[in-house]
Design a protein around this ligand. Structure first.
Ligand code: TMP
Length: 231
């Protein structure tokens, strides 16, 4: 090929879209188990969708799961848990139902995906039970961790991303038609937030706190920068 012809066919590499997952981060994410967690109204599900789009663009073939639910039986458990009619459900029943849904999800979906070397991203996991049924509800942490060992075996996240937001900001973002968990009141949700912050303090290496009170783009930038640092 002549120099001129070479010049004509040579195109500069396309600029990656803003907020794309770069190759180094993509390599670090492969085979990892990430959890996106935080109080209701933290915006974690919006961030999760955006992150998964970027992960697919980076050819990561991510496995996405949500809790409670994510399997056929898990979705039935979710309906029971979030239904307004189940007001007399005891706290232990509530905790064990979350764990039952999780046990099915781990065995049916999460473990096989990790065994296949895929990136797994979960919308909530044991960290939610520790914050909601533990810190906010009052169940002893040891009981929750024991149940989690039975439900999940040795499957634990490499990193839990906590989308941290104060109660006022979170409440303003929620749909006025609250479900059973969302309608538990202000004090309950303050304790939920404190529960997440306590988990970060106890094990900072396995947690990434993102300030979710800011705008969507800013939160997403913090997420990618934090992941690049932690993984
Ligand atoms: P979602 O709105 O993020 O789908 O979560 C459903 C609700 O269930 C939310 O209010 C948090 C609550 N929850 C717990 O209380 N304990 C848990 O273990 C999980 C996974 C969720």
């Amino acid at each position: 090929m002549t120099n001129a012809a070479h010049k004509q066919t040579h195109k500069p590499a396309p600029t990656p879209p803003a907020h794309a997952i770069n190759p180094a981060l993509a390599a670090a994410l492969r085979g990892k188990f990430l959890v996106f967690d935080g109080p209701d109204g933290s915006g974690k599900s919006t961030q999760l969708r955006r992150f998964l789009d970027a992960a697919r663009d980076a050819r990561l073939d991510p496995c996405e799961v949500r809790e409670p639910g994510g399997t056929e039986i898990g979705e039935k458990i979710r309906r029971a848990l979030l239904d307004h009619l189940e007001q007399d459900m005891t706290l232990r029943c509530e905790m064990l139902l979350y764990m039952a849904s999780r046990a099915q999800l781990v065995e049916q979906t999460i473990r096989p995906a990790l065994d296949a070397g895929r990136l797994v991203v979960a919308d909530r996991f044991v960290s939610s039970t520790l914050a909601y049924q533990g810190a906010a509800g009052g169940l002893p942490e040891d009981d929750i961790r024991t149940a989690a060992r039975i439900a999940c075996g040795d499957v634990t996240p490499d990193l839990v991303v906590v989308f941290d937001v104060d109660e006022d900001t979170a409440a303003a973002r929620l749909n006025p038609l609250l479900d059973r968990m969302e309608s538990k009141g202000r004090d309950y949700h303050r304790r939920v937030r404190e529960g997440y912050l306590a988990q970060i303090d106890r094990d900072p290496r396995r947690h990434l706190r993102v300030d979710a009170g800011r705008g969507e783009d800013d939160v997403y930038e913090q997420l990618l920068a934090g992941l690049a640092k932690c993984l």
